[in-house]
Write a protein that binds this ligand. Structure first.
Ligand code: BES
Ligand code: MN
Ligand code: ZN
Length: 496
């Protein structure tokens, strides 16, 4: 998909479709009014007939509007003008693309970017528009023998009323493309089945990032290296499967050598059966998404490289399957983590924290400025927050604030849960330094408390993306989250 940014008078450019906003109740936006004038009042006439009230989510395609250089005009409902904000802007964009992808228009000029979104500049509007459009056009049909007819839409022009806004909007559009490419990478990896997307496959995909940028260096450790290092917790999970584990690191050098990096640690369980504490069959297929944290790390690094951000970022990905093979760990088994702390594994389905704890200890070697782990860690987080925000827990308030803000800016939001010592008692056991589960209460928090014991040497935040990384049911598929949140956080670090 091609994007360009222009500042042209509405209705004067040749195109297959003009996209114009209409507020409730039947109030034409400024660009729509201009086209209405050109057409001798055609738009207001149509709207007056009552087919488009202007409610958010409505859309109406018109053909052959007089005196315009466009074949079609798509009117998009934007809701009440005084309630028009971030969410309404995104929704209107989404609705426009859903209408466009059904039709035959090969290109479109978008005037929704001219609408005022309180507190947002043209860079933000362009970035969000590109992301929203690319998101609505994503499909995963590479494994179908008859993949659907390609969409006709090839190019979108983002129009801005002020010429002075164009440069910033172009920058935003480039950022949007980089983020959308990162999300596409994350979605594809998530949607691939576990018989394709194995730990070795993830390693190969990571390796291929080296080709996209000279600033990226990828290292892959195999089982023997993990044994030498003493990653006893990660290796304990890997015992149950024939699929060899991988420990992947991706270094992006956008700043000078000495600048302390942001380390992103992504859970890379390519399939989670639960192990000996096996999961029920219902929806177990969705556990192919248990590597979504890893996928979001790769997507974010690819976006950083595309934007050439002037920072250092390291991705750390522990990856294995969680299977109940003959050598699998059993409830009650005790293992020694890379940190030296011992863990009694009371539930083999709490495997994410076992592979993450060794990755978190390993991350100390980068002398990080901050470490953020991203994991589909607990069903409890989905019960607590649903599928809208990711769960956020952190040992450093400024880092939590920065992530919450990046979530608001990108629309890929997180919500903070308390990381309090009070909960640590739930991980006590008579037989080891800690248990790997803390009972039914506050499951998302006790999982974070477990990880907290391995993050004492740096500023750290944990994102539980169990509810946000994919959708189930009819819309089953990876969301590419939280690539937008993470990328926005990194952009913000460079801007400030
Ligand atoms: N990958 C799952 C978490 C998960 C479950 C994400 C369902 C999304 C939907 C994780 O490895 C897991 O199994 N967690 C257990 C922890 C429990 C045993 C303490 C869970 O949430 O049930
Ligand atoms: Mn599990
Ligand atoms: Zn899991």
């Amino acid at each position: 998909m091609e994007f360009s940014v222009k500042s042209a008078a509405p209705g004067k450019q040749r195109s297959a479709c003009l996209v114009l906003g209409v507020f409730e109740s039947k109030r034409l936006s400024a660009p729509a009014l201009a086209v209405d004038k050109l057409s001798g009042g055609r738009l207001s006439q149509v709207v007056k007939r009552g087919d488009l009230e202007g409610k958010l989510g409505q859309a109406l395609m018109l053909h052959d509007t007089p005196n315009t250089a466009a074949e079609r005009v798509l009117l998009v409902g934007c809701g009440p003008q005084d309630a028009f904000g971030d969410a309404q802007y995104r929704k209107a964009l989404n609705r426009a693309v859903v209408a466009l992808r059904e039709g035959a228009a090969r290109d479109a000029v978008l005037h929704l970017t001219e609408l005022d979104v309180p507190g947002r500049d043209s860079r933000w509007k362009a970035r969000q528009a590109v992301q929203e459009i690319r998101n609505a056009l994503y499909r995963f049909d590479e494994l179908k023998s008859n993949n659907g007819k390609p969409y006709a839409l090839r190019g979108v022009t983002l129009n801005f009323s002020e010429r002075r806004d164009v440069a910033a909007a172009e920058r935003g559009a480039r950022e949007g493309q980089a983020i959308a490419d990162g999300m596409t990478l994350a979605k594809n990896l998530g949607n691939l089945p576990s018989n394709v997307c194995t730990p070795s496959y993830l390693a190969k995909q990571a390796k291929s990032l080296e080709k996209s940028s000279r600033k990226i260096k990828v290292t892959v450790l195999e089982r023997a290296a993990m044994e030498r290092l003493g990653m006893g917790a990660l290796l304990a999970v890997a015992r149950g499967t024939h699929e060899p584990p991988r420990f992947i690191t991706v270094e992006y050098h956008g700043a000078q050598r000495g600048v302390a990096p942001v380390v992103l640690v992504g859970k890379g369980i390519t399939f989670d059966t639960g192990g000996i504490s096996i999961k029920p069959a219902d929806k177990m297929d969705e556990m192919k998404y248990d590597m979504s944290g890893a996928a979001s790390v790769l997507g974010t690094l690819s976006a950083c490289a595309a934007m050439q951000l002037p920072i250092n970022v390291v991705g750390v990905i522990p990856s294995t399957e969680n299977m109940p093979g003959g050598s699998a760990i059993k409830p009650g088994d005790i293992v020694k983590s890379l940190s030296g702390q011992t863990i009694e594994i009371l539930n083999t389905d709490a495997e994410g924290r076992l592979i993450l704890c060794d990755a978190l200890t390993y991350s100390e070697r980068y002398k990080p400025d901050v470490v953020i782990d991203i994991a589909t860690l607990t069903g409890a987080c989905v019960i607590a927050l649903g599928k809208h925000p990711s769960g956020l827990l952190s040992n450093h308030a400024p880092l939590a604030q920065a992530l919450l803000k990046a979530g608001e800016t990108s629309g890929d939001r997180a919500w903070e849960l308390p990381l309090w010592e009070d909960y640590q008692d739930q991980l006590k056991t008579n037989f080891a330094d800690m248990a790997n589960v803390g009972g039914r209460e506050a499951g998302a928090i006790t999982a974070a408390c477990f990880l907290w014991r391995f993050t004492k040497k740096y500023h750290w935040a944990h994102l539980d993306i169990a509810g946000t990384a994919w959708l189930g049911g009819e819309q089953k598929g990876s969301t590419g989250r939280p690539v937008p949140l993470l990328t926005q956080y990194l952009i913000d670090r460079c801007d400030n």
